[in-house]
Design a protein around this ligand. Structure first.
Ligand code: COA
Length: 260
């Protein structure tokens, strides 16, 4: 498939997925969201992709939000559908993706942009990054999971302040809040993301997929996370990766996981 608003390239099992609408600061219009959904479907099935690094093109923005021009005339039902479709097709898909997704926040991450980064499994940021949920300044609230994911990540008080003020925080503040895990100069951002990705690549993909499910259960009230953990922990003992991981440890060699 040809993509207009994003591109990705894959090397050494790492796929870098770039939102590419720099003239609009990578704002998420409907077409971009549909392409993101499609790209995620492709990468989920791609045997050459074990990890995704998600970033924005250019040096200014990760993603400056949902495309305001596109929804400015929407009525209630259209607004609801925009949010529901986004949750289902992109944001939840990222959060529950079976392979790790790291957001490399390379500039503005605002509104839907911060929500996109927060849906990823974790975030690293460049020093110039500015993060915020400015929706209340537009007469809206965050609609792609922001009210929930920001609160889970930084706590209620900080989430309320960020949402109510509609302000932006710096990368260092985001680090202090635990919203991002690392802050590095912009030119080192992708290197840092790849360095972390390489550490992850040494481990069992099967176990990582189970860990994603178990950790996500922590924020899903319909699932008992402890029970799911017991289930998935037990299942791990039936995998070839478990055989290889434990054998390699006992034989004092590096594991070569079959990914099964
Ligand atoms: N939706 C649609 N277009 C957007 C956008 C968004 N969320 N964010 C930026 N753009 C567009 C601008 O309209 C502008 O387009 P134009 O050149 O055709 O006029 C272009 O991207 C560049 O943005 P500009 O505002 O000129 O850059 P800036 O450096 O002066 O300001 C921001 C950068 C991020 C502070 C500013 O663009 C902004 O506030 N964006 C909206 C952020 C927002 O509220 N997001 C939440 C949406 S729910």
């Amino acid at each position: 498939m040809k993509y207009k608003n994003l591109y990705f390239h894959t090397e050494n099992l790492i796929s870098t997925l770039v939102i590419n609408r720099p003239q609009k600061l990578n704002a998420l219009n409907r077409e971009t969201l549909a392409e993101l959904h499609q790209a995620l479907e492709v990468l989920e099935q791609d045997a050459k992709t074990n990890i995704i690094i998600l970033t924005g093109s250019g040096q200014k923005a990760f993603v400056a939000g949902a495309d305001i021009a596109e929804f400015a005339h929407f009525k209630v039902e259209e607004g609801k559908k925009l949010s529901a479709d986004g949750h289902q097709q992109v944001f939840d898909k990222i959060a529950y993706f079976s392979k790790p997704i790291i957001a490399a926040v390379n500039g503005y991450a605002l509104g839907g942009g911060l929500e996109l980064a927060m849906a990823a499994h974790f975030r690293i940021a460049s020093e110039n990054a500015r993060l915020g949920l400015p929706e209340t300044s537009l007469g809206l609230i965050p609609g792609y999971g922001g009210t929930q994911r920001l609160t889970q990540l930084v706590g209620k008080g900080r989430a309320f302040e960020m949402i109510m003020t509609a302000g932006m925080i710096t990368a260092d503040q985001a680090l202090d809040y635990g919203l991002v895990n690392h802050v590095v100069p912009l030119e080192e951002l992708m290197g840092k993301a790849e360095e972390i990705a390489h550490k992850i690549l040494k481990n069992s993909t099967v176990a990582i997929a189970k860990a994603i499910r178990a950790v996500n259960a922590c924020t899903n009230e319909s699932v008992n996370g402890f029970e799911l953990e017991i289930e998935l922990f037990g299942e791990s003992f039936g995998t070839a990766d478990f055989q290889e991981g434990t054998s390699a440890f006992l034989e004092k060699r590096k594991a070569k996981f079959p990914g099964k």
